[in-house]
Write a new protein. Structure first.
Length: 556
């Protein structure tokens, strides 16, 4: 089955630089970005943004790199990240973003693989990896924040007359190489031209009805395709304002200051928001309050305001499936989370659930305008659109393998499509494992059922060569305050309930509870907060294959 959606598609791509020149000349004093800092918020108009970018570009040009040279950006989201990205475009070069959480090996690999002679370094939690990954010939430039040690400081680098030319790139030129977050091994460099990535960004404006009156938080990694397309580039095309986060500790304050009208997040953070609310108002009390007509509306409004989302008109979630029960929970407090789906390889522009529909909770939406999606015979979701990548950098073999003969992108996701064209993901082809009985099990649907239990924060179902699958999980912060007896009782009931819905070969033998939270820092989550299944299976192999008599097993 396939769905071809070609209504109202923007086919004429305009380069982001052309849009920036327009804003620079027509609305130079309009507010574009707000960057909070210890000294107070700094604001950037379009003119100020472009002046800084032109200075950076002029300095980059003094190095006389060949056109199309790859220049790396390593750092958390800041206004300077955006300015630097624009400057790399202005100088005719190619941006190579690196996740701020990347370790030494990943940074070194990307710099070497992309042959980057220059790297801009921004705010990081730990600068050790960045320092260890640098080499003698690499020019490093710091963003203007304390504690960043590089060869050249921002103020020195920008102490030059601004570039006075306004070049327009060929749309077939490479704009960026985005290295995947490496959940399955070494990162792959996904190549996007101005044509591919900007086509997605321009069309996203129609899908989300974005205007210059909108405000968005830029806090998910700009090194990731979703933030790049739906936030950075979308802001350039629409004229909406961007706000950044000073630190993790100031996140709620900064969201409240922004009052975003568009708010995109990932399942892990939506779950944490929910847990934060329930820590203040127990579910039983909240359910009662929401059931009272007038009081319920006031309570829901108050919760939205406390989250900083009182002005939002659109909420979205991507990166991984969000439990339907979580979407339903937020719906009851007036936050309608629309799930979307895409990959780095197709500019995160695959499907959308906008406008939100209660009857389609659990679906990742239907195809965006201009996107054709089909379900292959083996259940794989395959996609064709003008925003599919050019290929993997320096890897023709993997590029050839990821496209079908008729130019559909093999996504690796399994799914089904209903009669209205809405798609439901049923798992990843590579995640499906075989038990010792020779039976195949798809973990994603089971994990989704487990995540409906409020005391569970993270889960990974595994079982290669085991008699029966097992579930590895981490409890929520609130659940850790409960007694072991209460947790065991809840999880035992959940285990029985879920197993009743599964075929005999897929039923869970036991649940293993880990004390340590899975995180980016301990290498069990990708920078986009997806579980690194292969790393978890390898790290906890002795626990997975060990013999346990209890159905609920606790591991330190």
């Amino acid at each position: 089955m396939s769905l071809d959606n070609n209504a109202a598609v923007t086919t004429q791509v305009v380069s982001p630089l052309a849009m920036l020149y327009k804003r620079e000349s027509e609305t130079p004093n309009d507010h574009y970005m707000t960057q909070p800092s210890a000294e107070g918020p700094r604001t950037f108009t379009w003119a100020q943004t472009m002046e800084q970018a032109r200075r950076l570009a002029a300095r980059i040009n003094t190095y006389r790199y060949p056109k199309g040279t790859r220049i790396a950006i390593l750092g958390k989201n800041t206004a300077e990240w955006i300015v630097t990205d624009i400057a790399i475009m202005l100088s005719g070069n190619v941006s190579v973003p690196i996740f701020a959480t990347a370790g030494k090996d990943t940074i070194s690999y990307v710099l070497e693989h992309a042959e980057c002679p220059m790297m801009f370094v921004g705010k990081l939690d730990n600068y050790k990896a960045a320092h260890e990954a640098t080499f003698d010939e690499l020019v490093t430039v710091s963003f203007p924040y304390p504690g960043i040690e590089t060869k050249v400081a921002w103020d020195e680098f920008t102490d030059i007359e601004p570039l006075d030319k306004s070049p327009i790139p060929d749309l077939n030129d490479i704009m960026t190489i985005i290295y995947t977050s490496g959940s399955t091994g070494q990162p792959k460099g996904v190549v996007h031209t101005y044509q591919t990535i900007c086509w997605a960004a321009q069309n996203s404006l129609h899908a989300m009805s974005v205007t210059n009156q909108d405000r968005a938080m830029s806090y998910l990694p700009l090194a990731h395709i979703t933030e790049r397309v739906l936030v950075e580039l979308a802001s350039i095309y629409s004229g909406m304002t961007l706000h950044f986060v000073e630190s993790l500790d100031t996140f709620t304050r900064d969201v409240k200051s922004c009052q975003p009208t568009l708010f995109i997040s990932v399942p892990r953070l939506w779950t944490k928001f929910k847990m934060g609310v329930l820590a203040k108002i127990p579910q039983k009390k909240l359910k009662f309050l929401l059931s009272i007509p007038l009081i319920g509306k006031k309570v829901a409004k108050k919760i939205r305001e406390e989250l900083g989302l009182g002005s939002a008109r659109l909420w979205a979630s991507g990166s991984a499936p969000l439990a339907p029960s979580t979407i339903e929970w937020f719906h009851k407090i007036g936050i309608d989370i629309s799930e979307g789906w895409g990959m780095t390889e197709n500019c995160a522009y695959g499907t959308s659930s906008v406008p939100f529909r209660v009857d389609k909770i659990g679906a990742i939406g239907s195809a965006y305008e201009g996107v054709t999606i089909r379900i292959a015979q083996d259940g794989e979701i395959q996609v064709k659109s003008p925003c599919n990548m050019v290929g993997y950098y320096k890897d023709q073999e993997k590029t050839s393998g990821v496209f079908t003969n008729d130019e559909y992108l093999r996504t690796g996701d399994k799914g089904r499509m209903d009669e209205e064209g809405f798609i439901y993901i049923t798992g990843r082809l590579k995640d499906i494992f075989k038990t010792e009985k020779g039976k195949y099990v798809a973990p994603a649907p089971i994990e989704s059922k487990i995540m409906e239990t409020s005391i569970v924060e993270q889960v990974c179902v595994t079982g290669t060569s085991l008699a029966q699958p097992i579930a590895l999980l981490v409890l929520s912060e609130e659940a850790r305050k409960h007694s072991k007896e209460a947790v065991v009782q809840t999880l035992t009931a959940m285990l029985t309930s879920i197993n009743e819905t599964l075929e005999s070969h897929a039923r869970l033998d036991r649940i293993v509870i880990f004390k340590e939270e899975w995180s980016i820092e301990n290498d069990l989550l990708t920078p986009t907060l997806k579980v690194k299944r292969h790393i978890i299976e390898e790290k906890f192999k002795s626990v997975i294959v060990g013999e346990h008599s209890d159905k609920i097993v606790w591991v330190d």
